[in-house]
Design a protein. Structure first.
Lengths: 111, 119
């Protein structure tokens, strides 16, 4: 069945460091891929998405490229800030009613 | 701009008690969902409703029932709570258009969650 696997956390970085959070997926067909972010005490919010192979989603300095050949959608940011501290979820949707989420990666950014 | 509203925010139950989690959205969305979030397991889909009047099971439906009362409201009921149902529950919604409008349908809007403890 469809599934998403992402790197375990927590990930602890200093401010302005480079961030990579790995995500790989298993799915038939051509799913859409997403990164959602959850700030403390809140629900998840869409961070970025890509709907087909080689698409790059980007938002707030974060980027992820849909790599069909490696079934990956790794999240990157060149320079993290303390305000980026949150839990990040990779997800896929093969049809619009079925979203599958990874287990989440907690990011801690220290000043 | 209320978005997705869930109540209550916190609840403590004893084993065997029942309760209903309420969810309402004001974005005219067709689809609504209930997820549970457990440490190390991410979000798992309990039930979803693709449109008013329809409901379907997700990954972990056992022990739960749902009602899509109207287009705005989607409730989750625990008939006989068990400690294994201790979790954070999120309601979500998506989709203002038809199934072919996938770019709209594919963005989930989440409520702020309900922390449920079953003792």
């Amino acid at each position: 069945g469809d599934s998403v696997t992402q790197m375990e956390g927590p990930v602890t970085l200093s401010e302005e460091a480079f961030l990579t959070i790995n995500c790989t997926y298993t799915a038939t067909g051509y799913p859409s891929l997403f990164w959602y972010v959850q700030y403390p005490g809140e629900g998840l919010q869409l961070l970025l998405k890509a709907t087909k192979a080689d698409d790059k989603g980007s938002n707030k300095g974060f980027e992820a490229t849909y790599r069909k050949e490696t079934t990956s959608f790794h999240l990157e940011k060149g320079s993290v800030q303390v305000s980026d501290s949150a839990v990040y979820f990779c997800a896929l949707a093969r049809n619009f009613n079925k979203f599958y989420f990874g287990s989440g990666t907690k990011l801690n950014v220290k000043p | 701009n209320a978005g997705v509203t869930q109540t209550p925010k916190f609840q403590v139950l004893k084993t065997g008690q029942s309760m209903t989690l309420q969810c309402a959205q004001d974005m005219n969305h067709n689809s609504m969902y209930w997820y549970r979030q457990d440490p190390g397991m991410g979000l798992r889909l309990i039930y979803y409703s693709a449109s008013e009047g329809t409901t379907d099971k997700g990954e972990v439906p056992n022990g739960y029932n749902v009602s899509r009362l109207n287009k705005r409201e989607f409730s989750l009921r625990l008939e006989s709570a068990a400690p294994s149902q201790t979790s954070v529950y999120f309601c979500a919604s998506s989709g203002t258009g038809t199934a072919v409008q996938t770019s709209t349908n594919e963005k989930l809007f989440f409520g702020s969650g309900t922390q449920l403890s079953v003792l």
